[in-house]
Design a protein around this ligand. Structure first.
Ligand code: PLP
Length: 426
């Protein structure tokens, strides 16, 4: 620990995201190293990373091979932009690879800097699509109650977690959004009829809701949503920012849950957090008109882009991350570990402080505590005991370990939670 850190002077200026700043400053936990599923804090404490940081450390921390991939790329070319006719080789290679791995046949790929960027892009592109189709009334973006789609203006506007939408002076920061039922397809059908399908551009859904509490799809819900979208000319956006890249035991959860989205948003596991990167897979239905013969000057332009769309070093990191996943069979491993985790947390159902255990829809779990239990205190007790846990929506403990976590470590996560609950209140 540096002297400044010990004296609590370091980082006085940092305003943490999503933070009650007095608490964040009083209880700051500084992570200084990572190796596999384990972290080291500035105090020297070793911590098992039961949340894969913010759901993203799929291949685990501290991989030298990824650092070398970044180093090699930076030595050659840190990046060059991809606006207009410019490109760099890692962006070209990665786009082809993502298109081949994804759930959309013959997809095109737009690259971004992260998940919120990807959501913003997908929602804009959905609206642009209907403008170009001559159906300009189709502008409403639907999202599910309980959903989290990042916190850019579109993500804020379509948030299904009310506290993320509120406080900006209008019902929806970006106009023309609406919420639909999370797991009840009958209600969704009624809501579509009420809004009027001629006004709806797209519906966005996380195949497994993450931040909203780790909520898997009810049987038939996603298929029902996809069918409603198809029958009513509504684009389906699968937000796979958490579930993409193996978390649901397939490269994408859309493949596991057998839905055929028009757009797929990605980030997090695309690099396992080694570099900020995101992307959107786009179906030919939307993309084809932008890719017509080069002689056709009438081809439209999608006026969207970021300085770091297709950042070369981030893309090289993503390629190395995918290499590791493939060589070590980590997607298959996540599928196996999902069952291990489900069994490990099952006994928590019987604990008097637990309201609900959610597991079995991906390699992650949510332990919802009774409303009168201080979930943050339980998470802190787990962290003090060496297993880093945090609370997410609805007093739920998030479990989402890296794919390199061992079966014993998964048992340790469940045991540590049980001990913290037994010792509650501390
Ligand atoms: N979509 C989903 C489903 C997410 O879980 C997140 C982040 O947690 C986002 C979008 C936003 O991603 P980012 O934080 O990289 O902007």
């Amino acid at each position: 620990m540096t002297g400044e850190m010990a004296a609590g002077r370091l980082g006085q200026a940092l305003w943490n995201p999503q933070a009650h700043m007095p608490t964040a400053r009083a209880k700051r936990l500084v992570i200084t190293r990572g190796e596999g599923a384990w972290l080291t804090a500035s105090t020297g404490q070793r911590l098992l990373d039961a949340t894969a940081s913010l759901w993203h450390a799929n291949i685990g921390h501290g991989r030298e091979r990824i650092a070398l991939a970044a180093y090699d790329q930076m030595r050659k070319l840190e990046t060059y932009h991809t606006f207009g006719r410019f490109a760099n080789e890692p962006a070209l290679r990665l786009a082809d690879r993502l298109a081949a791995l994804g759930p959309i046949p013959d997809a095109r790929v737009m690259l971004t800097s992260g998940g919120s960027d990807s959501v913003d892009l997908a929602c804009k592109l959905a609206r642009r699509h209907w403008q170009l189709e001559g159906r300009g009334d189709k502008r409403v973006i639907l999202s599910r109650h309980g959903a989290y789609h990042g916190l850019h203006a579109f993500g804020t506007s379509i948030a299904g977690l009310q506290y993320n939408r509120e406080g900006y002076g209008s019902e929806s920061l970006v106009p023309e959004t609406a919420r639909i039922a999370t797991n009840d397809i009958g209600s969704v059908r009624a809501q579509l009829a009420q809004i009027g399908t001629d006004h709806i551009a797209a519906v966005i859904a996380e195949p497994v809701i993450g931040t909203g509490g780790v909520i898997g799809p009810a049987p038939g819900y996603l298929e029902g949503l996809a069918a409603l979208a198809q029958d009513n000319d509504i684009l389906l956006i699968a937000d796979e920012v958490i579930t993409g890249f193996g978390r649901a035991g397939r490269m994408f959860a859309s493949q596991r849950y057998r839905i055929a989205p028009d757009l797929v948003t990605m980030a997090k596991g695309i690099t396992s957090g080694y570099a900020p990167l995101g992307g959107v897979l786009v179906s030919p239905r939307i993309a084809d008109r932008f890719f017509v013969d080069p002689a056709d000057a009438a081809a439209p332009i999608f006026r969207h882009g970021l300085t770091y769309s297709g950042h070369a070093t981030a893309c090289a990191v993503a390629e190395a991350n995918l290499d590791v996943m493939e060589e070590e069979g980590l997607v298959e491993r996540a599928a196996c570990l999902e069952t291990v985790l489900e069994k490990a947390v099952d006994p928590l159902r019987g604990h008097e402080l637990v309201a609900e255990v959610r597991a079995g829809s991906a390699f992650m779990a949510g332990i919802r505590l009774r409303d009168d239990v201080d979930g943050d205190a339980v998470a802190e007790a787990c962290t003090n005991a060496g297993v880093l846990i945090r609370t997410i929506h609805n007093n739920t403990l998030q479990i989402c370990p890296p794919f390199v976590t061992s079966e014993d470590e998964i048992a340790l996560i469940a045991r540590t939670i049980a001990d913290a609950l037994d010792g509650y209140p501390a």
